[in-house]
Design a protein around this ligand. Structure first.
Ligand SMILES: [Zn+2]
Ligand SMILES: [Zn+2]
Length: 212
């Protein structure tokens, strides 16, 4: 097993960080949150000779899940996650696409929902599933203990946190998810988030105005 690596493809008008997690040695991996612009995602995989084994979804918003069915059919792989509490959002993506004027969006039907405490993996890279509601009721975070890395989706951003004014949003639940589940993992955990640059939990614990 080689080192865990990540490549980012900004997708959709929301510039969402579609993330390809892969093994440096065998170039097998997963695509996290293919919200759209699937041609760009497929191009990134091809240019880097990466074989995607599955699609992992953090939560049911259009910029994260709107292109998942197209990618699933293009590659013949399964969609894993998020938590079932986001099913209502996933069933409503085509309506959201019309509302935002985004074409090519399809409702997302995961092959498997996830629950707190499960693990998902590719090669020898194991990720623990943390159910972190607040931004969306079924939001999950993928945490790799060995690599000290978490993909936090739209729960936490560098210097900010996820918005909670969308259906199913709950600010108190969001802050609890961050303070009770993410920050205790350790200051040295590096993260990639759904929008903008990633960072480290310690920096957020000390300086993020929503957490101090
Ligand atoms: Zn979101
Ligand atoms: Zn987002």
């Amino acid at each position: 097993m080689g080192q865990l690596n990540a490549g980012i493809v900004p997708v959709t008008p929301f510039q969402q960080n579609c993330t390809i997690l892969f093994d440096m040695d065998d170039k097998h991996g997963v695509v996290v949150d293919p919200g759209g612009d699937i041609d760009k995602v497929l191009g990134m995989l091809k240019d880097n000779a990466i074989t995607a084994e599955a699609i992992w979804i953090t939560h049911g918003h259009i910029d994260h899940a709107g292109g998942a069915m197209e990618l699933k059919e293009a590659l013949g792989i399964e969609i894993i996650g998020p938590h079932e509490a986001d099913k209502m959002l996933l069933d409503n993506l085509e309506n959201q696409g019309r509302r935002y004027g985004i074409g090519g969006v399809r409702n997302c039907v995961p092959d498997r929902f996830l629950t707190e405490g499960e693990t998902v993996s590719f090669g020898g890279h194991v990720f623990e599933v943390l159910h972190c509601p607040g931004h969306a009721p079924g939001h999950v975070v993928y945490y790799n203990r060995a690599a000290k890395f978490a993909h936090v989706g739209d729960v936490l951003f560098r210097g900010s946190v996820g918005r909670t004014d969308l259906p199913g949003g709950d600010h108190a639940a969001l802050i609890a998810s961050i303070k009770d589940k993410l920050l205790p993992l350790g200051d040295d955990i590096g993260f990639i988030c759904g929008h903008g640059p990633g960072g480290r939990f310690g920096e957020e614990r000390r300086t993020n105005p929503f957490l101090t």
